[in-house]
Design a protein around this ligand. Structure first.
Ligand code: BGC
Length: 828
């Protein structure tokens, strides 16, 4: 990257209006003989495609991606030596509105960064004899228009192939074009952000074509994805093909565009004569289905290809089990990550948002850093967060910040400033990540510190809360069962501790002491406000318990009570999901930590709505924004928050990798590993594989009859503790690098083979499915019977004893209980 820039941004003379054609820029360049190397640095306010002598430069798409442009505008660098020849050459670029100029947010705000598309480029020529020449964007460039008639991120692209002209080749007559106008922009913003470029990553063929009620073709690519469609068509000049994109179909088979909200997501292609191939380059869509209108003749499936585009990251994590639904849930998580890492980690790729919502990423970061190497994309994103936080005093709710108002500090959302660097440090073991983020981490906690009450409680102020709790009112997703202030204060317990640990690692001893004391204070304040002495929470919800258990807020002697209450709530909800963005990533962990693995598996494997697997049973190929984005009758939930491609709730995959597969990081950077799979549910095998910074690490198990085989792969430079599950001698082994394997018979389960009216309630309560059924019978007759503490004072009582204590018990009760017990087959 050069240290000085010689040119300036250039544009058309007027600000751009919605629907304007994209400006095309060109000039000719004389190249002498003996060229050794030619380098093109190029960026834009907008999205840019560069051409040299009519050839498209490089393989990046949607360049320069989206950053906080007024602080950091990425410059792409290409070696173009092979594209130039001695003599006259043409340098050209198309710049469409993109994120800098076009519509952003549900308010469809225009001109957020600039009032027109503008180009910056610098071509550096180095000759064999040491001579150098520089050609930069300035008023020697001409500006005109071409086939790209209009292009926007949300609304799509219109391309008129009749206007193709050879504009990017030498000799083109640009006398009808205007002189480019200088555009004021601070060149100090130009930088190499180090992020991974956005590229075409994969192509998917058509899997089915159906006919809509109006007779148009509806094309199914079988996968909800982010990108666009390439078409090859033969026809006559002026014929128009329209492609309308959607994630889902209505029950009657027509396109359902509700989940796009106001994004028009429509590409229009106007043909020239003959056979032609086209794909857009200045928009992208989140879609599985495309309605095709105006196709000349019969639509051949081979004429259309879905092009999957996203940041070109290296895949590092895999997971597989014997359960196909679970495998699909995991595949959906991977797809939602891919579809939402388009330069910026976004909430969704299809509707009028596609914004870098901080809370979504905070929930998902541990999963993301297992699945892909995210250092480059999230490193750049954190740099944006830090500069914007410095400018406004707050961590924006979306990064890059385009909301246009101050973002109050909030748990899970704003505290990504602390937890993301911590998550990345934990994954990659690189202290530089923490060192770079440290001022931002400190600034966030200091800001919240100023908002605490006299006890140290974060008691008021806006919080998103347990966003999209399925029981929250449709119009108010923050207002679920968990008090939003409880949620904010719990997350603060985690972030203050992470910051104190960070300060200690960086040798900031005064800070370490200060934030360590603050972490103690906010934990104590939380406990005083929300936790009873025995470990019950004043606001009982699965999320509240999960936060208190996982964030270390409870004392060890309170964990059993809290875990039992959590298990009770999970059972009471019939192992359907009762949590939103804040709680969902933690509930399975909280159950596991408190000895309720069986309930964690039942929660994971439930298929009734709302549940982790319900969307899978409805054919989902990505993670939905809410548990019931699509209702059981196939209609889209009417709340408007119904994206079918939001990664946040896929955060459960992190638990699947660590607990189901059993691959756990103990030390930052994987130098110390724990292999501790916990088989459960109906699974007979599972495997987690991860390319750590030290190399491949793997944990796998499989069960055949009662023989369990566990295998572990440990990379060079790491050591591991292997906790062999259900081993008859409780074996724990220490291993070094290499591949290891163990096989052994697991003991028969302790579950009684038969349940009768004389079985103790405590025994019945250990089998959550049976307990749910028994509790349902009891409650249908006597809703007032408190059954939440079968682990405590009624644990020693049998059903016979319980029934005998109910004065004038309904005679049907004992019969129904007996039938329930008889109908239960214990799982072995
Ligand atoms: C986004 C979310 C985000 C939320 C916060 C939504 O519109 O899609 O995922 O976190 O707003 O308000």
């Amino acid at each position: 990257m050069p240290t000085t820039w010689q040119g300036q941004f250039i544009s058309a003379a007027e600000p751009s209006e919605a629907g304007d054609p994209a400006p095309y820029f060109r000039r000719e360049v004389e190249v002498g003989t003996g060229l050794r190397r030619a380098t093109l640095h190029i960026t834009a306010l907008g999205i840019v495609e560069a051409y040299v002598n009519g050839t498209r430069v490089g393989d990046e798409v949607l360049a320069p991606g989206w950053t906080s442009y007024n602080h950091r505008l990425h410059v792409c660098t290409h070696d173009v030596t092979a594209l130039l020849t001695a003599g006259t050459n043409a340098l050209g670029a198309v710049v469409a509105e993109g994120w800098a100029v076009g519509e952003l947010t549900w308010d469809l705000k225009r001109h957020v960064y600039a009032d027109r598309p503008a180009l910056f480029c610098q071509l550096e020529l180095e000759y064999e004899d040491g001579r150098t020449e520089v050609v930069s964007s300035d008023s020697t460039f001409r500006v005109g228009t071409g086939p790209v008639r209009t292009a926007g991120i949300y609304h799509g692209e219109t391309y008129d192939a009749r206007l193709e002209s050879g504009w990017a080749e030498p000799g083109f007559d640009d006398s009808g074009w205007a002189e480019a106008t200088p555009y004021e922009w601070d060149l100090a913003t130009l930088t190499d952000t180090g992020t991974d470029p956005i590229r075409r990553i994969e192509e998917l063929p058509v899997v089915a074509i159906t006919t809509s009620s109006t007779g148009t073709n509806i094309v199914d690519f079988g996968q909800n994805l982010s990108g666009w469609v390439r078409l090859t068509v033969t026809g006559e000049a002026g014929q128009t093909v329209t492609l309308r994109f959607a994630e889902i179909l209505k029950p009657d088979g027509d396109l359902e565009r509700e989940t796009n909200r106001t994004a028009q997501a429509t590409d229009t292609y106007i043909l020239r004569d003959g056979e032609q191939t086209w794909e857009p380059g200045f928009t992208f869509h989140g879609f599985r289905y495309v309605e095709v209108e105006g196709w000349p003749g019969e639509l051949d499936p081979a004429a259309l290809t879905a092009v999957v585009t996203h940041s070109d990251m290296t895949r590092t994590g895999w997971f597989e089990t014997s359960n196909p639904l679970l495998n699909q849930l995991h595949a959906n998580t991977v797809w939602s990550m891919r579809d939402n890492f388009v330069g910026v980690p976004t909430d969704c790729p299809q509707r009028d948002e596609r914004l870098g919502w901080t809370g979504d990423l905070n929930a998902f970061a541990p999963t993301a850093s297992y699945l892909y190497d995210v250092r480059a994309v999230l490193g750049s994103w954190l740099a944006d967060l830090a500069v914007e936080q410095q400018a406004s005093g707050s961590v924006p709710w979306v990064v890059p910040d385009v909301l246009g108002h101050a973002s109050a500090p909030t748990g899970l959302w704003s505290d990504v400033a602390v937890s993301l660097p911590w998550a990345l440090y934990s994954e990659y073991g690189d202290l530089e990540i923490l060192r770079r983020a440290y001022p931002s981490m400190v600034a966030f906690i200091r800001q919240v510190e100023g908002d605490l009450d006299e006890t140290g409680l974060w008691a008021d102020g806006f919080q998103f809360g347990d966003w999209l709790d399925p029981d929250a009112p449709a119009g108010n997703p923050s207002n679920g069962k968990t008090n939003p202030n409880l949620m904010g204060a719990a997350y603060l317990c985690r972030t203050t501790r992470e910051l104190a640990d960070t300060a200690a690692l960086l040798g900031e001893t005064t800070d370490a002491e200060h934030f360590g004391a603050l972490a103690d204070t906010v934990r104590e304040a939380f406990r005083r406000e929300w936790v009873t002495a025995s470990g019950r929470l004043a606001n009982e919800s699965a999320t509240a318990y999960a936060l208190a258990i996982v964030f270390g807020i409870l004392d060890p002697d309170q964990l059993a009570k809290a875990g039992d209450r959590l298990a009770f709530l999970v059972r009471e909800a019939k192992h359907r999901i009762s949590t939103g963005f804040a709680g969902t990533p933690l509930v399975t962990d909280a159950l596991t930590l408190t000895g309720h693995l069986d309930d964690a598996y039942r929660l994971l494997l439930q298929t009734e709505c709302p549940s982790f697997l319900y969307p899978v049973t409805m054919g989902a190929t990505t993670i939905w924004e809410r548990w019931d984005s699509v209702m059981p009758d196939g209609t889209v939930n009417a709340t408007g928050m119904t994206s079918l491609n939001h990664y946040a709730l896929g955060a459960v995959a992190d638990w699947m990798h660590r607990v189901v597969g059993g691959l756990q990081r103990v030390e930052p950077g994987w130098s110390r590993i724990r292999i501790a799979p916990q088989p459960g549910g109906d699974l007979s095998s599972a495997k987690s594989s991860h390319d750590t910074v030290l190399g491949r690490a793997e944990s796998a198990w499989s069960l055949s009859g009662r023989e369990l085989t566990v295998t572990a792969v440990i990379p060079d430079g790491a050591s591991a503790e292997v906790v062999l599950p259900q081993h008859p001698d409780g074996l724990v082994v220490e291993v070094g690098p290499g591949e290891h394997s163990w096989s052994y018979e697991i003991p028969e389960p302790e579950v009684p083979s038969e349940f009768t009216m004389d079985t103790k309630l405590g025994e019945i309560a250990k089998v959550s499915e049976l307990w749910v059924a028994v509790a349902a019978v009891l409650h249908s007759h006597y809703p007032q019977i408190p059954l939440d503490d079968a682990g405590a004072h009624v644990a020693g009582m049998s059903l016979n004893e319980l029934v005998s204590r109910i004065p004038m018990a309904n005679p049907r009760l004992a019969d129904e209980l007996r039938e329930t017990l008889a109908g239960f087959a214990p799982q072995v």
